[in-house]
Write a protein that binds this ligand. Structure first.
Ligand code: NDP
Length: 335
């Protein structure tokens, strides 16, 4: 049996949970929208599954749910935002207008967010830029979770990156992926559902390959995708999201001092490009030509397509939530 809620109704409930556990109402709306967007689009590893983690982290005192970001106009093409130990989505919301204005004026602009917690899927951060006509690339670093190819212990995070490209007459093409074989949320989901993960995803606390999600989560580590290549991407993300923004590296994480904390205080970098400055009106046509060739070559699924299909269904019929998951959300309202 499932409980079916509209996006608005579910967002209200999630925002109430976050406010109940210490977020300011404005910040809670922003974070709730991201959690519900993931649930709506079927990104289950970053939807309601994450809500207990948000609550535990707020309760631990590790993150400031009431933070008001400090947005600095750092240079003609740069915005530097201190999230002030709050959630990255709140910092992005506060920076979006100035970032877009700079990208329009200069053709390209970057946003460097530091002192921020990102606990969500990354595609909601970039998709709106592409919906406004920009090409956007975002990266986020998180606490140590990956054993870099050839290394003996975990060091870099599962460091996701997302890319969004506008399409004429169609929703943006968006991909969003971790630097690990799968996101840690997938392992969490497997643990919740008491099933093993696929081989090659992680190792246990002794560094031995494991398909037991609990062994990977409790002292174990994740593996980078494509061995040395995913490791290189995770390294690049760490540089862009931490070194460049003034944020913390994953290995500098101090969350262990806050029992219950699940997020990382780290950084995020977003690069936004106005494509008409270089490609003129041809950009959209060129993108469509490439996509047509991809489809003709045998590709049957573009990244983002499955999410958009699930979104259409959720907007038409509501979001179906398993009764047990719905009860868990409601329990957080009382906890
Ligand atoms: P997946 O491997 O599930 O998907 C990666 C991308 O590939 C998606 O854009 C997906 O599109 C696309 N895709 C998947 N299968 C196919 C296919 N058969 N054909 C074409 N495209 C395909 O993602 P990950 O497990 O790597 O990451 C999941 C989420 O975890 C991401 O949203 C990421 O941002 C998040 N994450 C967040 C972190 C954080 O700290 N905040 C840390 C690490 C990850 P589609 O979306 O349509 O399925």
């Amino acid at each position: 049996m499932a409980v079916v809620l509209t996006v608005e109704a579910l967002t209200d409930v999630v925002a109430q949970v976050l406010v109940r556990h210490g977020m300011s109402p404005g910040n809670a709306r922003i974070v709730a929208a991201v959690v519900v967007a993931a649930e709506r689009d079927g990104s289950r590893s970053h939807g309601l599954l994450r809500l207990p983690g948000y609550v535990a982290t707020l309760k631990s005192g590790w993150v400031d749910g009431t933070a008001v970001p400090d947005v600095v106009d750092a240079a003609p093409g740069l915005v530097a935002t201190d999230a002030r130990n709050g959630f990255a989505q709140v910092a992005l919301a506060a920076s979006r207008t100035v970032l877009e204005a700079k990208a329009r004026a200069a053709g390209i602009a970057a946003l460097a967010i530091r002192n921020s917690h990102h606990f969500a899927a990354l595609w909601p951060d970039v998709e709106p830029f592409a919906a406004s006509g920009f090409v956007a690339l975002a990266v986020v670093n998180v606490r140590s979770r990956i054993v870099v190819w050839g290394a003996k212990r975990k060091l870099l995070g599962t460091n996701p990156m997302a890319f969004a490209c506008p399409r004429p007459g169609a929703p943006p093409l968006v991909w969003d992926q971790a630097s690990s074989v799968v996101a840690q949320g997938e392992v969490l989901l497997a643990a919740t559902e008491r099933r093993p993960v696929a081989p090659g995803i992680g190792v246990d606390a002794q560094g031995a390959p494991s398909v037991d999600p609990r062994a990977i989560l409790d002292g174990g580590a994740m593996m980078p995708f494509a061995d040395h290549k995913g490791s290189a991407i995770a390294f690049m993300v760490e540089i862009l999201a931490a070194a460049l923004t003034g944020g913390r590296f994953g290995f500098e994480d101090r969350s262990a001092a806050f029992p219950g904390a699940q997020t990382s205080n780290a950084g995020q970098c977003i690069i936004v490009i106005e494509p008409s400055r270089t490609a003129g009106n041809a950009f959209g046509t060129r993108v469509e030509a490439l996509i047509a060739q991809l489809l003709a070559s045998g590709v049957s699924r573009l990244p983002g397509e499955h999410r958009y299909a699930r979104r259409r269904r959720a907007l038409a019929d509501g979001i179906a939530i398993a009764e047990r998951d719905h009860a868990a959300v409601m329990a957080l309202l009382e906890a």
